[in-house]
Every structure is written in structure tokens, then in C-alpha cells.
Write a protein of this length. Structure first.
Length: 94
């Protein structure tokens, strides 16, 4: 396994695996030319990791034209809305 995830879905899988339990809420922001397919791939990973219970807020941002990098931001929150974990990953643009 590579030290760095190669895709947003792989990054989401590692993020979910690193949490000891399902969070109350997950926030995902994908700034990418991949658009909806990339966001759906991330959502599918999180749905398998936490089939019920965790609310999921998924946002697709349109990548700025002056960059060739995609960015994925993941945040997990507990029941009192406390931040449990966060991660930011960049990928070569798709």
C-alpha cells in the first residue's frame, strides 16, 4: 500500500478505518473536475464503513481553473458536534 492515497475513495477508506467508531456526522468536500462520480465514490466508501447512524454532508466544489490539483477534505464529528478527526488530501487533477 502506498504511503499516500491515490484516489479520493482510497483516502476516504483510510480515514474511515482510522476512526475507532462511527462518528455522528461526516463532512466531505471534494474540489475536483471529477465532479459527481468522484463524490459518489467517496460516499460509497463511507456508506460501507458506516452503514447506519452517521449523517453525511457531501459537497462538490468546482475546481478553480488555475490549478491541476483536486482536493478532498474529510471531517468527522462526535455527538456533541466535537471534531474527532480531519484530513486533507490533494491529488493530480482528473
Amino acid at each position: 500500500m502506498s504511503k499516500f492515497p491515490r484516489t479520493p475513495a482510497e483516502a476516504a477508506e483510510r480515514f474511515a478505518a482510522a476512526l475507532p467508531a462511527a462518528p455522528a456526522r461526516v463532512e466531505v468536500r471534494l474540489d475536483s473536475a471529477q465532479g459527481m462520480p468522484g463524490l459518489c465514490a467517496v460516499e460509497a466508501v463511507l456508506g460501507r464503513a458506516w452503514p447506519a447512524g452517521a449523517a453525511k454532508e457531501l459537497v462538490w466544489l468546482t475546481r478553480a481553473a488555475d490549478t491541476d490539483r483536486d482536493q478532498l477534505e474529510l471531517r468527522a464529528y462526535g455527538p456533541a458536534n466535537e471534531l474527532l478527526a480531519e484530513a486533507v488530501h490533494e491529488f493530480r487533477g482528473g
